[in-house]
Design a protein around this ligand. Structure first.
Ligand SMILES: C[S@@+](CC[C@H](N)C(=O)[O-])C[C@H]1O[C@@H](n2cnc3c(N)ncnc32)[C@H](O)[C@@H]1O
Length: 207
């Protein structure tokens, strides 16, 4: 049965995120995506970067079913592995050995503001244990800069998030980067993206 979910923001941002990724990722190995949601990014990036293996993951069963449906719909079954049931708070993450050995980096899109703060901390802890020196962790989403929203729309968006769950919220970039540093990631680049979003590239500086 077709269990595909459709996230409107995901359809809007997949091309511009893919443009940035195309400058960073190499044409071999695999990428682990954390909090893949519907799977629309996963299949889009697998098609855009056919030389690599795009490994999706999500702790939400409905999302994993959607990812499976998207993989089937796009006829990528032979190329893409099934989504992992991965919650960043369950450290150490259970990752297939072949994935761990072939990883070039981790990507997480619009996850950390739709989860409690400890998920950001855990994301860097788990990634820090998995990734090796020189490998990347890329975040996409809205951030506060200097503890301030970068737009009125982000302020309104955060209010709507907090109505759903008071522990969710747009994170301050400095606080996120401090969590990164504690796990030996340095902030390599900040890229402004459409609709008041950013891509933050973190690079592991030690083993
Ligand atoms: C707003 S959705 C974004 C989905 C997708 N990345 C996108 O941009 O379309 C946030 C995703 O983060 C996942 N998520 C929430 N808490 C998580 C956790 N503790 N570990 C991993 N993923 C989590 C949710 O299940 C959801 O799929």
């Amino acid at each position: 049965m077709d269990k595909r979910l459709f996230f409107s923001a995901t359809q809007r941002n997949k091309d511009c995120i893919g443009d940035v990724l195309s400058q960073i990722i190499k044409n071999n190995g695999s990428i682990l995506e954390i909090g893949s949601g519907s799977g629309e990014h996963g299949v889009a990036f697998q098609k855009r970067f056919p030389e690599i293996i795009w490994q999706t993951s999500d702790p939400d069963l409905m999302h994993r079913k959607s990812i499976i449906s998207w993989i089937e719909y796009e006829e990528l079954n032979k190329k893409m592995p099934q989504p992992l049931d991965l919650d960043v708070e369950n450290i150490p993450w259970k990752i297939p050995l072949n994935l761990a050995h072939s990883l070039q980096g981790i990507v997480s899109i619009n996850m950390i503001h739709v989860a409690k703060w400890n998920c950001t901390v855990s994301l860097f802890k788990g990634a820090g244990k998995l990734l090796k020196k020189g490998q990347f962790l890329i975040l996409y989403g809205p951030f506060k800069i200097g503890n301030k929203h970068t737009s009125q729309s982000n302020y309104l968006f955060e209010n709507s998030l907090k109505l759903q769950n008071n522990l969710w919220g747009i994170r301050d970039l400095k606080k996120v980067t401090n969590a990164a540093k504690k796990n030996y990631f340095f902030q390599e680049n900040i890229i402004m993206m459409p609709a008041n979003n950013f891509i933050i590239i973190y690079r592991k500086i030690s083993y």
